[in-house]
Design a binder for this molecule. Structure first.
Ligand code: DLL
Length: 431
């Protein structure tokens, strides 16, 4: 099922809409916000210079720092009386980034979330258990209003309180689980304490997961643990929240709703636009946002794009699941490592679980990497020989596959702190 026929429009139709909307957005930001006017002037261009989609490359990038420098509302393009909602993303250091929506933007957000639900086979018959956090984080409310738009019953569970969440999922007959993949796995682990037949108490058929980088291994684990279909959603507050793209029943890649969000892939070092299929940093220009339109936003997320039409009937460009963040990449003694690559290696090792944490430290001039991993429940903690065999196997596998010399430390099940929101996979003590 497709929510909006635009999703299957031809490339020519989509590109015509994109160009018209890009021109409108350029005019909007230039006329209404001094930050953009100055940036355009520095480059010697005006909105009238945007005559084709290729001209996008003449426009300046916008970075997270620009939002921080204009904290809280400096990049807004409407008067505050028109703003109906504020969200912000946490940010581990300094001020959060603040985003705002007017009534029109809320409609756009609900529309793209309705597409996400429909793409995931969710409609009026469904009960959506929404365990994304409600509050300043866009996950909770984004998933909430989208569910109402498709007529589903939404249970606004928010994060935390695992046992109570499981009770609500059982008693209210949830058919859809919406939360971070790490929390979905945590819920399954706790639910499985009721016995291996626990799934019969639940009616779940699909999960719509996102908000954090996730390896193929963890996705498979979540799908298997719950016996459900795995759908992935991507998004970021600066662009809208969840609902920038979503995977369909035909492909693990995620369709970008490109009538609202115009994607590019660039080389993160040089800023040069890369051809389709190549991996680089995702850059997005909003095409319909009014309160906080944003030009060429550097997401920091690493992915690639393909334009071939998909078996599901949608023509919208597809992005590969996020490989990692440009700023999440660890450089360990000169070797580049993404946490998702480490996760992939762990997923392919017997005897360990996907509950892990990577700790980077400086020892003298050298970087030291320690990887803490919980062993599976079946492994007996007094079987020292077996534990050492697993530890060595994982250590060797990391060396052979990723060329990193890490110290693997196996720990008992349930000792690494569980996240209620996004999982903390990396603790970099060198920063
Ligand atoms: O995480 C919005 C969201 C909520 C997306 C619920 C999906 C589901 P922020 O808090 O602003 O917004 O964080 C955005 O999270 O730049 C990515 O690095 C990461 N991220 C989001 N979705 C995915 C995903 C929300 N499917 C940042 N895979 C983004 C990998 C993701 N990373």
């Amino acid at each position: 099922m497709i929510w909006n026929t635009i999703e299957s429009a031809s490339r020519e139709e989509i590109e015509a809409i994109q160009l018209k909307r890009l021109q409108e957005t350029a005019r909007r930001v230039y006329a209404l916000n001094p930050f953009y006017k100055e940036k355009f002037e520095e480059r010697g261009i005006t909105p009238e210079d945007i005559r084709s989609l290729e001209d996008l490359q003449r426009l300046p990038f916008t970075r997270k720092q620009d939002l921080r420098d204009h904290y809280p509302f400096g990049l807004f393009c409407v008067p505050m009386r028109e703003v109906v909602r504020i969200h912000s993303s946490s940010g581990t250091t300094g001020k959060p980034t603040v985003v705002g929506y007017n009534a029109h933007d809320m409609e756009v957000w609900n529309e793209v979330m309705a597409r996400v639900y429909t793409m995931s086979g969710v409609g009026a018959e469904d009960v959506v258990h929404n365990a994304y956090g409600y509050g300043l984080f866009t996950g909770g409310l984004g998933f909430h209003y989208g569910a109402e738009k498709v007529g589903a019953t939404v249970v606004p569970a928010s994060g935390g309180f695992t046992d109570r969440q499981l009770m609500l999922m059982r008693d209210f007959g949830a058919t859809v689980l919406a939360c971070t993949p790490s929390f979905a796995l945590h819920l399954a682990e706790v639910a499985a304490k009721a016995g291996s037949e626990f799934r019969k108490d639940y009616k779940l058929k699909v999960g719509i997961f996102g908000a954090e980088p996730t390896s193929e291994g963890l996705k498979k684990e979540v799908a298997k643990a719950w016996g459900i279909e795995y759908r992935e959603v991507y998004g970021l507050s600066e662009i809208i929240g969840p609902g920038v793209s979503c995977s369909c029943s035909h492909s693990d890649r995620l369709h970008i709703f490109e009538d609202h969000f115009l994607p590019e892939i660039i080389d993160p070092e040089t800023g040069e636009v890369l051809p389709d299929g190549e991996r680089g940093e995702l850059v997005i220009t909003t095409l319909t946002k009014q309160a906080l339109p944003i030009i060429r936003y550097r997401t920091g997320d690493i992915t690639s794009l393909v334009k071939e039409p998909c078996g599901c009937g949608r023509a919208m460009v597809r992005m590969e699941s996020i490989v990692g963040r440009a700023d999440d990449m660890l450089i360990v003694n000169g070797v580049n490592v993404y946490p998702s690559q480490v996760e992939h290696v762990i997923a392919n090792t017997e005897g360990v679980t996907l509950n892990y944490q990577i700790i980077a430290e400086k020892k003298g001039h050298l970087d030291k990497l320690e990887i803490m991993v919980e062993v599976s429940e079946e492994i007996m903690s007094d079987n020292v020989g077996e534990l050492e065999r697993i530890r060595k196997a994982l250590q060797e596998s990391l060396l052979n596959n990723l060329y990193i010399n890490a110290l693997v430390k196996l720990v008992e099940p349930n000792t690494i702190e569980r996240s209620m929101g996004k999982a903390v996979r990396v603790v970099d003590k060198r920063r």
